[in-house]
Design a protein around this ligand. Structure first.
Ligand SMILES: Nc1nc2c(ncn2[C@@H]2O[C@H](COP(=O)(O)OP(=O)(O)OP(=O)(O)O)[C@@H](O)[C@H]2O)c(=O)[nH]1
Ligand SMILES: [Mg+2]
Length: 217
């Protein structure tokens, strides 16, 4: 296809959406609902050296890899960002990000503040950063406990880590307080809708406006 025709048929450049939050603030639930509601958004699947948990599926939840394999991926420049989180390493594969941007599809990233900083340096304006805060620390703790899956020690550890993650809130473009899931999801959808309309993401605008002006000018 002639590149100009191809550009017009694509209409817009894809959007990279980061959702970060402390553990228990509702990020996973909101991600899942957004993916279900919006077929233009797909999830970025990270590689990790952490062991697979029961119920997790390789290449669906994460690409579970060994330390050696992770080193190889770093060496070959396969990651757009990677960071140590707790005792393991996590990284975002580069190829799907490039493909999505080009095809005008959006990608959602569930990554921490370290990854967000790196992605921001690498991808600039293609990235929109959303941070989700809990309504209070008491509510965060209540939500962590209500999962019923974690030991007291794990819960206390997550609460400690939550303060560290929250301290990076001001590095994000949008900050939402998750008082209830439905309204928080609606807010995320409004952000996504507006970001898609940004001038720099609408391909073919220059030629559209040129044609609008027409031959009389
Ligand atoms: N930088 C970076 N962080 C990642 C990546 N993938 C996952 N993470 C972060 O690593 C942390 C731990 O993720 P998991 O091991 O899946 O544990 P979890 O139970 O989901 O932890 P929480 O989401 O914090 O409740 C989360 O904060 C993720 O956002 C990645 O590719 N890069
Ligand atoms: Mg998670």
């Amino acid at each position: 296809m002639d590149p100009r025709t191809e550009e017009r048929s694509r209409k817009r450049r894809g959007l990279l959406i980061v959702l970060s939050s402390p553990s228990g603030a509702g990020k996973s639930t909101i991600s899942r609902m957004l993916l279900q509601a919006d077929t233009e958004v797909t999830m970025s699947i990270s590689a990790t050296t952490r062991p697979k948990r029961p119920g997790e599926v390789d290449d669906v939840d994460y690409h579970f890899v060994s330390d050696t394999e992770f080193d190889r991926l770093i060496g070959e420049g396969e990651f757009v960002e990677w960071a140590p989180v707790f005792n393991h390493r996590y990284g975002t594969p580069k190829a799907p990000v490039k493909a999505a941007l080009k095809d005008g599809r959006d990608i959602l990233f569930d990554i921490d503040w370290q990854g967000t900083q790196q992605l921001h340096s690498a991808m600039g304006e293609d990235l929109v950063r959303i941070f989700i805060l809990p309504p209070s620390m008491a509510e965060l703790e209540r939500r962590l406990r209500s999962r019923g899956t974690d030991s007291e020690e794990v819960i206390l550890d997550r609460m400690r880590r939550a303060n560290g993650e929250i301290s990076h809130w001001a590095e994000y473009d949008y900050v939402l307080i998750n008082r209830d899931t439905e309204s928080c999801l609606a807010e995320v959808q409004k952000i996504v809708a507006a970001e898609r309309l940004k001038r720099q993401r609408q391909l073919g605008l220059v030629s559209f406006v040129r044609d609008l002006a027409g031959p009389q000018h």
